[in-house]
Design a protein around this ligand. Sequence first.
Ligand code: SF4
Ligand code: SF4
Length: 344
Amino acid sequence: MKSYFIKEKDFNLFVKKMIESKKVVGPVAKKKKFVFANLKNAADLRLDFDVTILPPKKEFFPTCQMLIKFDGSKFESGVHSEEKILFGVHFYDIKGIDMTDHLFNENNSDCNYLTNREKTTIVGSNIQNVAPRSFWGTIGKDLKPKGHDAFLTKIQDGYVFQTLTDKGEALIKFGTFGAAADAQVQEADRVNDSVMSQCPEKLQHSSKDIAKKVRGSFKNKELWASAAKDCFSCGSCNIVCPTCYCFDIQDKWNVDQKTGSRARYWDACLTKEFAEISMGEGKSENFREERGARFRHRIMRKAAYQTEKLGSPACVGCGRCSNACTADIADPVNVINRIMEEPV
Ligand code: SF4
Ligand code: SF4
């Protein structure tokens, strides 16, 4: 790792030069909220964002992704990835990307995701404002963020910019960087450490204890039915989540019945149709028909099933689901704390 420093007054020029060189995606304001979007001007970059509406995974795994176009027996790939810089990613979203990297890489690796992922340089940034429903300070603390190429921390009079890979190091040429002094690196460490205690929501137990207790509550039908009582089955909690990765494949045929395309769309396990499968002869079966069963599945995935595989819960504490849920029942902190209070 190399540590550089860039002065506040030189920072916008650095971003401008990057934008002139390739596509740069970063947090920008959208009314009172924030989204990751293509940066057109350096001044649009809002590193003071608290959390974005959708996580940055959409840069590798778009909400709708054309996979192939076909014509009779011929077909061509519909995935055309381009080199880009994903700039200003908070550490919890870096963890989320690391998890989707793992999940799209295991067994049959998903080239449609990986092609986009490999062409992206990821630059993290420190959290300047804490989102109202976040709890990243108390979940998965043992798992360190990894997979990014550089990390930027705002300190007095400028930024410490730490490069971790060749792709990160390649950005140095765009700015007026000097070597960071030890005191500046220590200040950056202090800035990143001190924010960890500022989340408004907190989990009280270790990931291991949570995984065990949540798993043990699987058969408590009453608990799950009660937790999901007000659920609209809208799937918003899945759609905004950085670690959800389910998709639906749809083929579209043109009127000639010869040409067409295949695309995939984000899917959500909280919706009623998600687990409905064809049984042939016009019949179907839904293996998670009850709201409680769907709600349980989401919490099991986040807090229990994936913990061994990922070394941490499949929840990074961003709080997006809590913000997105109209019924205000999706917040993992409330659900987990309730489960932890249940008698064994
Ligand atoms: S479950 Fe909610 S808080 Fe956890 S990572 Fe997903 S959206 Fe964020
Ligand atoms: S966002 Fe809330 S209401 Fe919608 S599916 Fe999730 S838990 Fe149910």
